[in-house]
Design a protein around this ligand. Sequence first.
Ligand SMILES: *Cc1c(COP(=O)(O)O)cnc(C)c1O
Length: 420
Amino acid sequence: MVSKELPFTKTQIEEIIKTYPTPFHIYDEKAIRGNAEDMKRAFSIVNGFKEYFAIKALPNPYILKILAEHGFGADCSSLPELLLAQEAGITGENIMFSSNDTPAEEFKKAKELGAVINLDDISHIEVLEKATGLPDIVCFRYNPGPLKGGNELIGKPEEAKYGFTREQLFEGYEILKKKGVKRFGLHTMVASNELNVDYFVETARILFEVIVEISQKLEVGFEFVNLGGGIGIPYRPEQERVSFDAVAVGVKKAYDETIGKAEIAQPNVYFECGRVITGPYGYLVTEVRHMKHIYKDYVGTDACMANLMRPGIYGAYHHITVLGKENAPLTRKYDVTGSLCENNDKFAVDRMLPEINRGDLLVIHDTGAHGFAMGFNYNGKLRSAELLLRPDGGVFKIRRAETVEDYFTTLDLKGLKSFR
Ligand SMILES: *Cc1c(COP(=O)(O)O)cnc(C)c1O
């Protein structure tokens, strides 16, 4: 039987829910730290490696602070994400600001923090210059278009709204050079939840080749190349994780064969992964509220899409463990649902599981990235708490659950009374 491991027992969870009622996300700090170290170790063979954690995956400053202790920076794409990084003590060039369709105020804040600004479009050079003046270092996001095959989640690069065309890169760096910018970076992000090592190596090679060409043609030096994020995780128990070592070895080889051989500045290699850093180490814990038997058999939980959107919007698979029934035979076929008035509010469809009863505790796996983060308040649903399972087995609340009062905070009810 294929299964997935848990970092806690049923007894531990029963203890935790006495203080923190379900549903909640709980993150395994020890595993997150171990994974961060594993990534750092594997990529230490690559020139100047650094990872900037993509905040959107798990926007919690406690997590950012943990990752910063392992030398990670932060990848931000909005003003609130910049502020989260700042709260976690991540500042200056430890912040990568990779946004798109960016408002001028966000460029201002990024510049004020000394972040590395990554421009999504050639027209933003002027916008940035007007907003704050050009910083010392400027990076462009490259969209390789037809040079790069599509990835299932993100689609074909030439259909994607992001980045500069190849021609625009040459034009853009020429403009920067004329304006006196001395430090340059190049970035791309063309994959999402990709499990194929070759995809990353191939992308890296495309970037390295274009760096050689631009460096030689424009006589500029690149300080870094940011390979983006997109490393996938094994949501299904039969899938295998991407080996950081395999990606690192492939990237190093591509680097040595391109940039390494050219008489140009030798840029550092960065990643800005989110999912692979925290995704597998988060769990949504929920209690079975009702069982319902009509044309199909339904398990109604006390969580819903507001806590985890991925199954509803992408049909994504998230493994489910019924606590205390880990070894029970999978004899029943269920749809596991939430309480939202949308029929796609299902965590699993036609899933084989052990026989489930009211009051059972379910653990939905791999919610440590794009889980809590994608939450919303549609249908008056409230977002859950986020807990951290500490390395000593203790539990620390890193975000409280939303209350009805939170839901009402943006409404002026005094104004409503006198409104006719
Ligand atoms: C989403 C995103 C990332 C992180 O992607 P993961 O799939 O979580 O690794 C990195 N950079 C940019 C610009 C993004 O939009």
